[in-house]
Design a protein around this ligand. Structure first.
Ligand code: FES
Length: 156
């Protein structure tokens, strides 16, 4: 498992000990650790020699950077207008029922977190959702159940 200090160091080497390194550092930490803890944000601030307020502000501005512990799989449903008109509400309620959690929550076994996102660029094939880095389009409630079952069974 990659240490946070290694991630910070690698990005400082690439971008310099500068605010430019902040977003890549936060993105890489989220990629590796799934979320940003308070201690992590303080560590990043110290390493870049910038205020913790700046780091907290950046982390809370970008919705893709999570400040709460998240599940192994991040499920993000597009909430933008085309997917909205094409039935995203039904997709969201199917996910809530299937995983027995609400949006913004993580399953008890820490496998799934439900989130919304803005347009994924697949409007012609909405409703759409992202699970980790994979896009799923033309969603129906049955398709959603099948996709979630496949993550439960095959991807552990
Ligand atoms: S509006 Fe949902 S992918 Fe564009």
């Amino acid at each position: 498992m990659v240490e946070i200090s290694e991630i910070i160091e690698k990005n400082i080497q690439e971008y310099g000990k500068d605010r430019k390194a902040l977003l890549p550092i936060l993105q890489n930490i989220v990629y590796e650790k799934r979320y940003l803890s308070e201690d992590t944000l303080v560590q990043v601030a110290k390493s870049l020699d910038i205020s913790s307020a700046t780091v907290f502000g950046t982390a809370s501005f970008y919705s893709f950077l999570g400040l709460e512990p998240r599940g192994k799989h991040l499920v993000r449903v597009c909430k933008t207008i085309v997917c909205d008109m094409n039935g995203k509400d039904e997709i969201m309620s199917t996910l809530e029922k299937t995983l027995d959690i609400k949006f913004g929550e993580t399953t008890g076994d820490k496998k799934f977190t439900l989130l919304t996102t803005n347009c994924l660029g697949w409007c012609a094939n909405g409703p759409a959702m992202l699970i980790d880095d994979d896009v799923y389009t033309d969603l129906t409630p049955d398709k959603v159940i099948e996709i979630i079952q496949s993550y439960k069974k095959e991807r552990e």
